[in-house]
Design a protein around this ligand. Structure first.
Ligand SMILES: NC(=O)c1ccc[n+]([C@@H]2O[C@H](COP(=O)([O-])OP(=O)(O)OC[C@H]3O[C@@H](n4cnc5c(N)ncnc54)[C@H](OP(=O)(O)O)[C@@H]3O)[C@@H](O)[C@H]2O)c1
Length: 237
Protein backbone atom coordinates (compact mmCIF):
# COMPACT_ATOMS: atom_id res chain seq x y z
CA UNK A 1 0.00 0.00 0.00
CA UNK A 2 1.20 3.50 -0.83
CA UNK A 3 0.96 6.28 1.73
CA UNK A 4 0.88 9.97 0.78
CA UNK A 5 1.69 12.40 3.60
CA UNK A 6 0.65 16.02 3.04
CA UNK A 7 -2.28 15.17 0.78
CA UNK A 8 -4.12 18.44 1.34
CA UNK A 9 -1.20 20.51 0.07
CA UNK A 10 -0.58 21.96 -3.40
CA UNK A 11 1.37 18.89 -4.48
CA UNK A 12 -0.43 16.40 -2.25
CA UNK A 13 -3.80 17.10 -3.88
CA UNK A 14 -2.35 16.19 -7.27
CA UNK A 15 -0.61 13.13 -5.87
CA UNK A 16 -3.85 11.91 -4.34
CA UNK A 17 -5.54 12.18 -7.76
CA UNK A 18 -2.67 10.42 -9.51
CA UNK A 19 -2.55 7.56 -6.99
CA UNK A 20 -6.24 7.01 -6.14
CA UNK A 21 -5.49 3.68 -4.48
CA UNK A 22 -3.08 5.27 -1.98
CA UNK A 23 -3.81 6.04 1.64
CA UNK A 24 -3.81 9.81 1.97
CA UNK A 25 -4.54 10.85 5.56
CA UNK A 26 -5.10 14.52 6.22
CA UNK A 27 -3.12 16.42 8.86
CA UNK A 28 -5.95 15.91 11.40
CA UNK A 29 -5.78 12.14 10.89
CA UNK A 30 -1.99 11.88 11.05
CA UNK A 31 0.22 14.56 12.55
CA UNK A 32 3.85 13.85 11.65
CA UNK A 33 4.97 15.72 14.77
CA UNK A 34 3.39 13.02 16.93
CA UNK A 35 5.83 10.12 17.10
CA UNK A 36 3.39 7.70 18.72
CA UNK A 37 0.66 8.48 16.20
CA UNK A 38 3.09 8.01 13.29
CA UNK A 39 4.35 4.71 14.68
CA UNK A 40 0.90 3.22 15.18
CA UNK A 41 -0.21 4.38 11.72
CA UNK A 42 2.78 2.75 10.05
CA UNK A 43 2.28 -0.41 12.15
CA UNK A 44 -1.38 -0.57 11.18
CA UNK A 45 -0.99 -0.03 7.42
CA UNK A 46 2.59 -1.22 6.73
CA UNK A 47 3.02 0.86 3.53
CA UNK A 48 5.41 -0.37 0.82
CA UNK A 49 5.88 3.20 -0.50
CA UNK A 50 5.63 6.55 1.25
CA UNK A 51 5.60 9.92 -0.50
CA UNK A 52 6.43 12.49 2.15
CA UNK A 53 5.06 15.82 0.94
CA UNK A 54 4.11 17.33 4.30
CA UNK A 55 6.01 20.36 5.53
CA UNK A 56 5.68 23.91 6.68
CA UNK A 57 6.57 25.68 3.45
CA UNK A 58 5.93 29.40 3.91
CA UNK A 59 9.42 30.90 4.01
CA UNK A 60 8.41 33.99 6.00
CA UNK A 61 6.41 31.97 8.52
CA UNK A 62 9.29 29.49 8.85
CA UNK A 63 11.66 32.35 9.76
CA UNK A 64 9.19 33.62 12.38
CA UNK A 65 8.15 30.29 13.92
CA UNK A 66 11.30 28.20 13.90
CA UNK A 67 10.00 25.83 16.58
CA UNK A 68 6.94 24.71 14.59
CA UNK A 69 9.04 24.53 11.44
CA UNK A 70 11.64 22.37 13.16
CA UNK A 71 9.03 20.11 14.74
CA UNK A 72 7.21 19.56 11.44
CA UNK A 73 10.01 19.45 8.91
CA UNK A 74 12.80 17.87 10.93
CA UNK A 75 11.19 15.96 13.82
CA UNK A 76 8.23 15.01 11.58
CA UNK A 77 10.60 13.48 9.04
CA UNK A 78 12.53 11.73 11.84
CA UNK A 79 9.28 10.26 13.13
CA UNK A 80 8.31 8.87 9.73
CA UNK A 81 11.79 7.56 8.97
CA UNK A 82 12.15 6.04 12.46
CA UNK A 83 8.81 4.24 12.17
CA UNK A 84 9.71 2.94 8.69
CA UNK A 85 13.11 1.74 9.83
CA UNK A 86 11.61 -0.31 12.63
CA UNK A 87 8.35 -1.51 11.07
CA UNK A 88 8.82 -1.62 7.28
CA UNK A 89 12.58 -1.28 6.68
CA UNK A 90 12.28 -2.03 2.95
CA UNK A 91 9.63 0.61 2.36
CA UNK A 92 10.42 2.89 -0.62
CA UNK A 93 10.59 6.35 0.99
CA UNK A 94 10.16 9.29 -1.38
CA UNK A 95 10.99 12.66 0.16
CA UNK A 96 9.95 15.91 -1.50
CA UNK A 97 12.83 18.34 -1.20
CA UNK A 98 13.51 21.65 -2.80
CA UNK A 99 15.86 23.52 -5.10
CA UNK A 100 16.18 25.97 -2.21
CA UNK A 101 18.71 23.69 -0.51
CA UNK A 102 21.16 25.50 -2.82
CA UNK A 103 22.39 29.03 -2.20
CA UNK A 104 20.83 30.44 -5.37
CA UNK A 105 23.61 32.74 -6.51
CA UNK A 106 24.30 30.92 -9.77
CA UNK A 107 21.54 28.40 -10.57
CA UNK A 108 21.76 25.40 -12.89
CA UNK A 109 22.40 23.14 -9.90
CA UNK A 110 22.97 19.42 -10.46
CA UNK A 111 22.54 16.56 -8.01
CA UNK A 112 26.20 16.57 -6.97
CA UNK A 113 26.44 20.30 -6.22
CA UNK A 114 26.94 21.30 -2.61
CA UNK A 115 23.82 22.57 -0.83
CA UNK A 116 24.02 25.78 1.19
CA UNK A 117 20.54 26.84 2.27
CA UNK A 118 19.77 30.51 2.60
CA UNK A 119 16.80 30.40 4.96
CA UNK A 120 15.41 28.35 7.82
CA UNK A 121 12.82 26.57 5.67
CA UNK A 122 15.49 25.28 3.27
CA UNK A 123 17.78 24.40 6.17
CA UNK A 124 15.10 22.13 7.65
CA UNK A 125 14.43 20.59 4.23
CA UNK A 126 18.13 19.79 3.86
CA UNK A 127 18.22 18.20 7.32
CA UNK A 128 15.23 16.13 6.20
CA UNK A 129 17.29 14.86 3.26
CA UNK A 130 19.99 13.60 5.61
CA UNK A 131 17.44 11.93 7.88
CA UNK A 132 15.89 10.12 4.91
CA UNK A 133 19.31 8.94 3.75
CA UNK A 134 19.37 6.62 6.80
CA UNK A 135 16.86 4.40 4.99
CA UNK A 136 18.34 2.06 2.43
CA UNK A 137 15.44 2.42 -0.01
CA UNK A 138 14.98 6.16 -0.44
CA UNK A 139 14.49 8.76 -3.15
CA UNK A 140 15.01 12.47 -2.57
CA UNK A 141 13.33 14.62 -5.21
CA UNK A 142 14.51 18.22 -5.48
CA UNK A 143 12.25 20.43 -7.54
CA UNK A 144 10.38 23.70 -7.80
CA UNK A 145 6.73 23.99 -8.71
CA UNK A 146 3.60 26.08 -8.39
CA UNK A 147 -0.08 25.26 -8.54
CA UNK A 148 -1.67 25.64 -11.96
CA UNK A 149 -4.23 28.43 -12.12
CA UNK A 150 -4.60 32.05 -11.12
CA UNK A 151 -1.42 33.46 -9.49
CA UNK A 152 -2.30 33.72 -5.80
CA UNK A 153 -0.61 37.08 -5.23
CA UNK A 154 -0.94 40.55 -6.71
CA UNK A 155 2.74 40.63 -7.72
CA UNK A 156 5.51 38.25 -8.82
CA UNK A 157 9.32 38.49 -8.79
CA UNK A 158 11.10 39.58 -11.95
CA UNK A 159 14.48 38.64 -10.44
CA UNK A 160 13.81 35.17 -8.99
CA UNK A 161 14.24 32.21 -11.27
CA UNK A 162 13.44 28.51 -11.43
CA UNK A 163 12.96 25.58 -13.76
CA UNK A 164 9.37 25.44 -12.60
CA UNK A 165 6.74 22.83 -13.23
CA UNK A 166 3.06 22.99 -12.45
CA UNK A 167 2.11 20.63 -9.61
CA UNK A 168 0.26 18.34 -12.02
CA UNK A 169 3.29 18.18 -14.39
CA UNK A 170 5.46 17.37 -11.41
CA UNK A 171 3.06 14.64 -10.31
CA UNK A 172 3.40 12.89 -13.68
CA UNK A 173 7.17 13.16 -13.37
CA UNK A 174 7.05 11.74 -9.85
CA UNK A 175 4.94 8.85 -11.12
CA UNK A 176 7.59 8.15 -13.73
CA UNK A 177 10.63 8.28 -11.42
CA UNK A 178 8.86 6.21 -8.78
CA UNK A 179 7.88 3.69 -11.47
CA UNK A 180 11.55 3.36 -12.35
CA UNK A 181 12.37 2.89 -8.65
CA UNK A 182 15.06 5.56 -8.81
CA UNK A 183 17.09 5.86 -5.63
CA UNK A 184 19.27 8.56 -4.07
CA UNK A 185 18.92 12.22 -5.02
CA UNK A 186 17.30 13.32 -8.26
CA UNK A 187 16.44 16.72 -9.68
CA UNK A 188 13.02 16.85 -11.31
CA UNK A 189 13.32 20.05 -13.31
CA UNK A 190 11.39 21.82 -16.02
CA UNK A 191 13.15 22.30 -19.34
CA UNK A 192 12.99 26.09 -19.28
CA UNK A 193 14.25 28.82 -16.97
CA UNK A 194 11.51 31.29 -16.01
CA UNK A 195 11.39 34.28 -13.73
CA UNK A 196 8.49 33.99 -11.32
CA UNK A 197 6.91 36.94 -13.10
CA UNK A 198 7.10 35.17 -16.48
CA UNK A 199 5.63 32.08 -14.87
CA UNK A 200 2.81 34.02 -13.21
CA UNK A 201 1.98 35.77 -16.48
CA UNK A 202 1.23 32.43 -18.13
CA UNK A 203 -1.94 32.11 -16.09
CA UNK A 204 -2.49 35.66 -14.83
CA UNK A 205 -1.68 38.27 -17.49
CA UNK A 206 -2.43 41.24 -15.21
CA UNK A 207 -0.01 40.18 -12.43
CA UNK A 208 2.30 43.04 -11.40
CA UNK A 209 6.12 42.89 -11.32
CA UNK A 210 8.14 43.18 -8.12
CA UNK A 211 11.75 42.67 -7.06
CA UNK A 212 13.15 40.51 -4.28
CA UNK A 213 14.24 43.65 -2.44
CA UNK A 214 10.59 44.44 -1.76
CA UNK A 215 10.08 41.09 0.00
CA UNK A 216 12.91 41.63 2.49
CA UNK A 217 13.42 37.89 3.06
CA UNK A 218 16.46 35.59 2.69
CA UNK A 219 15.08 34.03 -0.49
CA UNK A 220 16.92 31.71 -2.84
CA UNK A 221 17.25 33.77 -6.00
CA UNK A 222 18.19 31.37 -8.77
CA UNK A 223 16.57 28.01 -8.11
CA UNK A 224 17.20 26.57 -11.55
CA UNK A 225 17.97 22.88 -11.48
CA UNK A 226 19.39 20.43 -13.98
CA UNK A 227 19.64 16.68 -13.70
CA UNK A 228 22.61 14.57 -14.65
CA UNK A 229 20.39 11.49 -14.15
CA UNK A 230 17.09 12.05 -15.94
CA UNK A 231 15.59 14.15 -18.74
CA UNK A 232 14.03 17.54 -18.03
CA UNK A 233 10.22 17.69 -17.91
CA UNK A 234 7.87 20.02 -19.75
CA UNK A 235 5.82 22.67 -18.07
CA UNK A 236 2.56 22.20 -19.95
CA UNK A 237 0.58 25.33 -20.73
N1 LIG B 1 5.83 24.58 -3.29
C1 LIG B 1 7.08 24.57 -3.70
O1 LIG B 1 7.52 25.42 -4.45
C2 LIG B 1 7.99 23.44 -3.32
C3 LIG B 1 9.17 23.31 -4.02
C4 LIG B 1 10.00 22.23 -3.74
C5 LIG B 1 9.64 21.33 -2.75
N2 LIG B 1 8.51 21.50 -2.04
C6 LIG B 1 8.19 20.50 -1.02
O2 LIG B 1 7.12 19.72 -1.52
C7 LIG B 1 6.25 19.34 -0.46
C8 LIG B 1 4.84 19.81 -0.76
O3 LIG B 1 4.84 21.23 -0.90
P1 LIG B 1 3.47 22.05 -1.10
O4 LIG B 1 3.81 23.31 -1.76
O5 LIG B 1 2.42 21.15 -1.65
O6 LIG B 1 3.15 22.36 0.44
P2 LIG B 1 1.80 22.94 1.08
O7 LIG B 1 0.83 23.31 0.03
O8 LIG B 1 2.24 23.96 2.08
O9 LIG B 1 1.23 21.65 1.85
C9 LIG B 1 1.88 21.09 2.94
C10 LIG B 1 1.09 19.91 3.42
O10 LIG B 1 1.70 19.44 4.64
C11 LIG B 1 0.67 19.23 5.59
N3 LIG B 1 1.20 19.31 6.94
C12 LIG B 1 1.79 20.38 7.55
N4 LIG B 1 2.14 20.06 8.80
C13 LIG B 1 1.79 18.77 8.98
C14 LIG B 1 1.89 17.87 10.07
N5 LIG B 1 2.43 18.25 11.24
N6 LIG B 1 1.44 16.61 9.91
C15 LIG B 1 0.88 16.21 8.75
N7 LIG B 1 0.73 17.02 7.69
C16 LIG B 1 1.18 18.30 7.81
C17 LIG B 1 -0.34 20.29 5.29
O11 LIG B 1 -1.60 20.00 5.87
P3 LIG B 1 -2.47 21.22 6.51
O12 LIG B 1 -2.48 22.31 5.49
O13 LIG B 1 -3.78 20.60 6.76
O14 LIG B 1 -1.73 21.62 7.76
C18 LIG B 1 -0.37 20.20 3.76
O15 LIG B 1 -1.16 19.10 3.36
C19 LIG B 1 6.87 19.95 0.80
O16 LIG B 1 7.66 18.97 1.42
C20 LIG B 1 7.73 21.07 0.29
O17 LIG B 1 8.79 21.34 1.16
C21 LIG B 1 7.67 22.53 -2.30
Amino acid sequence: MMLIIGSSGKLGRQLEKAFPEALAPKHEELDVKDRGEVESYIKKFRPHTIIHAAALTNVRQCEIDKKSTWDTNVVGTENLVGACASVVPNCYFVYMSTACVFYGDRGDYIETDIPNPKNFYSFTKLLGEFIVKKLSNHLIIRTNFVERGEWPYEKAFIDRFGTYLFADDLTLAIKEVIGKKLAGVVHVAGDKKFSMFELAKLTTPNVKPMTMKEADLPLTQDMTLRSIRIKPYKLTI
